[in-house]
Design a protein around this ligand. Structure first.
Ligand code: PMP
Length: 356
């Protein structure tokens, strides 16, 4: 039976990517060595890094003002690395609080400068994206989380402001085209739409760097990694390499426009069933629904568990919701095939019929 991986991350990767990666673990580019044992300074690994960077630039149509970095420490390191590099103590940054990951970013930023939480949806357990936010124009930057992996909400457009944007795109990176020129920095842990865990993508505008007066440790200074093309220290070679293969897969499958179209069609299958089915209820308000993480609850916990067991038996895995929302979560990233989502929707319908 074919299995479908609905995990929130690490998450499903394209089968072709996994097959190529597996072949490279055994014999990398006919070198007779595994990719796991070759030097990061070897010609082939340097070429893979260059290719990964070039693909990010090509997919997002980046101008020369932007640099692409492959770093370590996960998106969680960016929570403090960003204010450390962008925010002086006496300056204020704006943050939009749309969930657990935003909250962590806010907590760390407070250690480096002033933080103005310009909007929050916490009072409704983060089931919506704040709108019509009043954003002071003198903020150093405005940070937000474009897709809330845990709560299943997603910004449908960029925040309306002239303030420079910084965004955690961990769970919707490469899922649709975006206007990068509005951002000073974009970051994402790889382990959803881009590759395996262990590498973090950072896209940064060069001219926005170098404005803080504090000492920034060399390893945490973005300029170090720009100067050394993400090879200042030993990079996570395998995670970067698999990310490169996934980026190539995105390009070969029509790029970000095509991803967006596919993702819209895929999410519609599930949201249509959620709206129809009397046993399940979506967490997010309709207009802010995420195309990546579909969060929903059943009429009782007992019923949810019974349904989760059924899903597992049918090869649909990773559907248990995050503990802070409960219920179920279907993560339907770029690489998850529409057939898997259709199978889930069909099972929801069959389950409802059985219970009637
Ligand atoms: N931000 C978002 C939106 C996430 O979904 C996650 C992880 N699920 C993180 C940040 C943290 O990422 P990491 O585990 O790479 O530190």
């Amino acid at each position: 039976m074919k299995k479908y991986n609905f995990s929130a991350g690490p998450a499903v990767l394209p089968r072709e990517v996994i097959e190529k990666a597996a072949a490279s673990v055994l014999n990398y580019n006919n070198s007779g060595f595994s990719i796991l044992e070759v030097s990061h300074r070897s010609k082939d690994v340097v070429a893979a890094m260059d290719q990964a960077i070039a693909l990010v630039k090509e997919l997002y149509g980046l101008s020369d003002e932007y640099e692409v970095l492959f770093l370590q420490g996960g998106a969680s390191t960016q929570f403090f690395q960003i204010p450390m590099n962008f925010l002086n103590e006496e300056e204020t940054a704006g943050y939009i609080n749309t969930g657990a990951w935003s909250k962590k970013a806010i907590k760390d930023a407070k250690a480096y400068g002033k933080v103005n939480v310009v909007a929050s949806s916490e009072e409704q357990n983060f089931n919506y994206i704040p709108k019509n936010i009043s954003i002071p124009s003198d903020l150093k930057y405005l940070h937000y989380t474009s897709n809330n992996t845990i709560f299943g909400t997603q910004f449908q457009s960029l925040p309306e402001t002239d303030v420079r944007l910084i965004c955690d795109m961990s769970s919707d990176i490469f899922s649709k085209p975006i206007d990068v020129s509005r951002f000073d920095l974009i970051y994402a842990g790889a382990q959803k739409n881009m590759g395996p865990a262990g590498v973090t993508l950072v896209i940064v505008k060069k001219s926005a760097l170098g404005t803080v007066s504090r000492y920034v440790p060399v390893m945490l200074d973005y300029r170090t990694h720009i100067e050394n093309v993400s090879m200042y220290n030993t990079p996570p070679v395998f995670a970067m390499y698999v990310s490169m293969l996934t980026l190539q897969w995105i390009k070969d499958n029509g790029g970000l426009e095509a991803m967006a179209k596919r993702n819209e069609a895929k999410a519609k299958i599930l949201y249509d069933e959620l709206d129809r089915n009397s046993l399940f209820k979506g967490h997010s308000v309709a207009e802010d629904r995420s195309l990546m993480n579909v969060t929903f609850t059943g009429v009782s916990e007992e019923m949810e568990n019974e349904f989760l067991d059924r899903c597992k038996k049918e090869g649909l895995d990773g559907l248990k919701g995050h503990r802070s929302v409960g219920g179920l979560r279907a993560s339907i990233y770029n690489a998850l095939e529409a057939e898997g989502i259709q199978k889930l929707a069909d099972l929801m319908r069959a389950f409802e019929e059985e219970k009637a």
